[in-house]
Write a protein that binds this ligand. Structure first.
Ligand SMILES: Nc1ncnc2c1ncn2[C@@H]1O[C@H](COP(=O)(O)OP(=O)(O)OP(=O)(O)O)[C@@H](O)[C@H]1O
Ligand SMILES: [Mg+2]
Length: 409
């Protein structure tokens, strides 16, 4: 069974998710087994407690192994947070003898050439994603292999991370008894989880509103072109509520899930709720609109940050696919309305991933966008993987092209 299965891990700020998935005959994703567990070891996208994180990862791996009846020992893992940066780079190689057909070695050489960037000593490259190839100056080529040419160029999106954070994530997976088979930029995974190929071709933004961070990516011409990690997400909204209303974090979370909304003026006037405050025996009644104003002010700040990052990306006005919100935080009612108001002229909608198989009803939720996108990535790139010239066998050296995902199949 295992030969066609991929195993993925999304270690988020609130939960760890492990899935075993395979492609169906019509190229959809069938999740064969999945497990999730609460996890408090990750703060703002980075591992902050090795033991807590490893415990959650062990648990989800074990549950998936038991469900499958086989070991899960290699995982494609999402990596995000503010330490992960992206830069657009270019590579160039001559094809000798001239005009012979381009082969996979040439592709590897040109991608490796684009990776020759000066890196600070505490940072390392995580992924080099080919965005576009050019053969003899002809642009927009997704699959150069087999074409004749004398000059091959590539534009790549190089993802880099703070080395200690990358190592800690790898360590957590090792402590749980598995090894990392590849790391994928988190908002790239979330984008693959909820966006169609057409969206990515047209130009679109995905914003994964999680617990600790909101990770966003801009896709244009079929590929990722920009990403950013923002420090505002669901847990900050909960912590605002808990501080201002003088409640425990658990009570604030409960109230948020039950009464929360991102646009206070959309709450019917007269609605109220009872707040159990710390040290008070009698709950305090509160207008729901006032409650939602607290939520709205933080979510508005997030929407404004998203707008600023879109401006920074240089793609303003070139994103007809609009903004797609996903992640657990996008379940807050009226979040799309709030974003639409603050992102003038952009279409905003919620994106939910789609999986097949017996588990699909529990999986087709925005919290699973990253994990399902990882499965999509792992399945689509498995056949297009090249080993690097360095050949140390580790995931870091490998180039996984996105040709079969991005561009003509
Ligand atoms: N119905 C809901 N309304 C409002 N918020 C919700 C709802 N459901 C979940 N959330 C929020 O979603 C957040 C968790 O989302 P998610 O599971 O995507 O995070 P994560 O992947 O663990 O974290 P991160 O991606 O930041 O590392 C929590 O803060 C939770 O309060
Ligand atoms: Mg997440």
């Amino acid at each position: 069974m295992s030969s066609d299965l991929v195993f993925v891990l999304d270690l988020g700020s609130t939960k760890a998710v492990c899935m075993a998935a395979r492609a169906t005959s019509d190229d959809k994703i069938e999740v064969v087994a999945m497990a999730h567990a609460d996890c408090k070891g990750v703060k703002r996208g980075a591992v902050a407690d090795l033991d807590d994180s490893a415990m959650a990862v062990s648990e989800v791996i074990r549950k998936v192994s038991v469900a499958l009846g086989e070991d899960v020992n290699r995982l494609v893992v999402a990596i995000g947070g503010s330490h992960v940066e992206g830069v657009n780079a270019q590579g160039f190689v001559p094809i000798v003898p001239q005009s012979r057909p381009i082969n996979s070695d040439d592709v590897l050489r040109v991608v490796n050439h684009s990776r020759q960037l000066m890196m600070p000593p505490d940072r390392e490259q995580i992924q080099a994603i080919p965005r576009e190839f050019r053969v003899n100056g002809q642009r927009g080529i997704a699959k150069p292999i087999g074409m004749n040419g004398s000059k091959l160029e590539v534009m790549t999106y190089i993802v880099t991370g703070h080395t200690p954070n990358v190592q800690n994530l790898e360590r957590v997976v090792q402590m749980a008894g598995a090894r990392v088979d590849g790391m994928v930029l988190m908002p790239l995974a979330s984008g693959l989880g909820v966006l169609s190929e057409q969206d990515r071709e047209l130009g679109v933004v995905v914003v994964d509103i999680g617990g600790g961070t909101s990770d966003m990516a801009v896709f244009a011409n079929g590929s990722i072109a920009f990403h950013a990690s923002l420090p505002i997400a669901g847990q900050l909204v909960t912590s605002d509520l808990s501080k201002l209303l003088k409640t425990t974090p658990d009570e604030a979370e409960r109230l948020k899930l039950r009464y929360g909304g991102a646009v206070a003026s959309m709450v019917p006037e007269g609605d109220s709720l009872d707040v159990n405050q710390i040290g008070q025996e009698v709950p305090r009644p509160m207008q729901r609109r006032v409650f939602c104003e607290i939520v709205e002010s933080r979510m508005r700040e997030l929407a404004i940050m998203v707008r600023q990052q879109i401006e920074r990306s240089g793609f303003t006005g070139m994103l007809p696919g609009g903004v797609v919100l996903t992640g657990g935080g996008s379940l807050l009612p009226n979040t799309e309305d709030l974003f639409e108001t603050n992102l003038s002229h952009m279409r905003v909608r919620r994106g939910v991933p789609k999986a097949e198989g017996q588990l699909k009803h529990s999986l087709n939720r925005p919290e699973y966008a990253t994990a399902l996108g990882l499965a999509r990535y792992a399945l689509d790139t498995a056949a297009d993987e090249y080993d690097t010239a360095t050949g140390d066998g580790s995931w870091k050296g490998r180039v996984r092209s996105l040709f079969s995902m991005f561009g003509n199949k």
